[in-house]
Design a protein around this ligand. Structure first.
Ligand code: NAP
Length: 331
């Protein structure tokens, strides 16, 4: 089969489109013919060798996968060949979560093998492309906002990097939860698209101090909840932007993973700082977002599709921060 594999860490040119043996199927596994695999920032970090989740080389990435069941192992009774599925990438083990596309070969290939319970059927009205956008970004948004953040209807949420895969998901899911959404992004062009997704107010964090803008938008009250994928570079202003008893969701660190911790505002404002790891989310979160898509209440934001052979160009788009929402590979 064809796959995108890398044998060393580095820039996008380490991604090789090559022939690799088809996976050998275990008794409890299914072989999935990949129809769509969406990219995540995680793929860039893994490829660069700078991820805190190191991968063995050579590696085939691709955590977000949708396709058809091609073949099943002999113990698999409830998934017939031809079933349309999306892959829950998390394999729960006694040692903690292991991830398809990180600890095992992933979906940037014509075929991928997964444990049968990780292949989740999707209804006909959910396209492969839409389904492949869901397991990381939309589940992170759901798990972060509701399970970790306890979002309540009528609360105000600040979503950072709203043009990112996770950010565009969080804007829509926060609106679904009845929130007033303030969204940030690095260009006015992205902000225009974010407003079309339903954001109530927007801030360009490259041209304005977002904490000052939040004050103006909220009449000095601040926000209840922040969905933050940026990290260190926005830490100070995040603390300024939260109201009393506000909650800060730490999702990602594209803007740095270390800073000095100023206890003062956290103590005097009764703030909560909460870590979020999608790989701890319950499977029900994925089912919830699939249902919302099938009901037409959630539309995954897909910017561009590339053939599998053009994975390097696709990853470059994320590296250049030029995408809005998700970028997809179609083998
Ligand atoms: N905790 C979890 O379970 C979980 C799950 C999913 C993702 N994440 C993390 O969340 C982060 C975002 O992931 P994603 O896949 O949504 O990312 P993405 O689609 O690649 O988008 C990242 C966006 O972040 C913005 N950004 C702000 N500061 C940046 C900087 N210094 N360098 C690069 N980009 C910067 C850029 O938008 P602008 O141009 O608008 O600034 C960029 O487009 C990553 O750190 C990822 O690992 C964590």
């Amino acid at each position: 089969m064809k796959a995108i594999r890398y044998h060393e860490f580095g820039e996008v040119d380490v991604l090789k489109y090559e022939d690799v043996p088809e996976p050998e199927l275990g008794d409890d596994e299914v072989l999935v013919r990949v129809k769509a695999a969406s990219l995540n920032h995680l793929d860039l970090r893994l490829r660069s060798g700078k991820s805190p989740r190191p991968v063995d080389l050579p590696h085939i990435g691709g955590v977000d996968i949708a396709g058809d069941v091609e073949r099943t192992g002999k113990n698999v009774k409830d998934l017939a060949p031809g079933t349309r599925v999306v892959i829950d990438p998390t394999v729960k083990t006694p040692k903690g979560p292991m991830v398809i596309g990180v600890n095992f070969y992933g979906g940037f290939a014509e075929y991928v093998k997964v444990p049968a319970p990780n292949a989740v059927p999707i209804p006909d009205e959910v396209s492969y492309d839409d389904a492949s956008a869901l397991p990381i970004c939309y589940v992170t948004a759901w798990y972060g906002l509701f399970d970790r953040g306890g979002l309540q209807q009528g609360e105000t949420v600040l979503v950072h990097a709203a043009g990112s895969g996770t950010g565009s998901a969080a804007v829509q899911i926060a609106k679904e939860g009845g929130a007033f959404v303030i969204a940030t992004a690095g260009s006015d062009e992205k902000l225009e698209k974010v407003r079309k997704l339903g954001a109530d107010a927007t801030i360009n964090y490259n041209t304005a101090d977002f904490s000052e803008e939040v004050k103006k938008i909220t009449d000095n009250k601040g926000v209840d909840l922040i969905f933050d994928q940026i990290g260190a570079s926005v830490w100070e202003n995040n603390l300024k932007s939260l109201k009393m008893k506000g909650r800060l969701l730490l999702i990602g660190v594209v803007g740095g993973g270390q800073t000095t911790f100023n206890f003062g505002p956290v103590i005097v404002k009764d703030l909560s700082v909460l870590g979020v790891t999608v790989f701890n989310a319950p499977r029900g979160n994925l089912i919830n977002v699939i249902n919302l898509v099938s009901l037409g209440r959630l539309s995954p934001v897909i910017d561009k599709r590339f053939p599998l052979s053009e994975a390097a160009q696709a990853q470059k788009m994320l590296e250049d921060r030029s995408q809005f929402g998700k970028v997809i590979l179609n083998p």
